[in-house]
Design a protein around this ligand. Structure first.
Ligand code: MG
Ligand code: ZN
Length: 223
């Protein structure tokens, strides 16, 4: 019976995620679910992206157990920010996103980032209605993290390796990381970048723009 309950919970989540996705597609909003460990640089990546693309109307749903600090940071770049506090829950579910959507005008947004709760594991298993998931890794986290977290690597449409400006100060073998990603998900592009120095940011922005254009043409599911 227990298994049955878990299945029902996941089915309910998937049904709500499909409703979210329908609303996003009707409004022409491209939705990216950013998944990475705490401190991996998800918020800094979003800040740099918003700053670098002033012509795009961004929205952000920020998921954290507590505080509205991330929303406060990103509110400097867009008016369309909703913070979700999950309390003790270590991932976002479609119902969280649904609640957040009530506070957003989808018609005023082109690209919505969902910054998931800092966690490389269970956020991967919950469909939120996004068009794609992007796995965020940082050089301080170590070069073994892709291999240790195959689920997020396989489910991601793109991988960001951030904080590369710190590379000289840490023992990170970039080729090891890149080889592990290639083995797990050969088609995912890897963007090695630094929101601080701007290194590598351009290719990431280009990928986002291209992916967004694809969704506008109805190719979102092919990502
Ligand atoms: Mg954050
Ligand atoms: Zn969780």
């Amino acid at each position: 019976m227990k298994v049955q309950v878990v299945e029902n919970v996941l089915r309910a989540n998937d049904e709500l995620a499909a409703i979210n996705r329908g609303d996003f597609e009707r409004a022409g909003v491209f939705v990216v679910d950013l998944i990475g460990a705490p401190g991996s640089g998800k918020t800094a990546l979003i800040e740099a992206t918003l700053k670098a693309m002033p012509d795009v109307r961004f929205g952000v749903i920020a998921g954290d157990l507590a505080t509205q600090r991330d929303a406060d940071r990103m509110a400097k770049f867009t008016n369309h920010v909703v913070q979700i506090n999950t309390g003790k829950t270590c991932h976002l579910e479609a119902s969280h996103v649904r609640q957040a959507m009530a506070g957003l005008s989808l018609d005023a947004i082109d690209l919505l980032f969902i910054e998931n709760v800092g966690n490389l594991i269970c956020p991967v298993g919950f469909d939120l209605g996004q068009h794609c998931k992007v796995g965020v890794f940082n050089v301080c986290g170590g070069d073994d993290k892709a291999a240790k977290h195959p689920y997020i690597v396989r489910e991601s449409s793109a991988i960001v390796l951030t904080q590369v400006d710190l590379m000289p100060h840490v023992n990170f073998r970039q080729q090891v990381f890149l080889d592990d990603v290639k083995t797990l998900n050969p088609s995912a592009p890897v963007f090695a970048l630094s929101p601080i120095t701007g290194t590598g940011l351009e290719s990431w922005l280009k990928w986002l723009e291209t992916a967004r254009a694809g969704v506008r043409r109805g190719e979102g599911r092919k990502l």
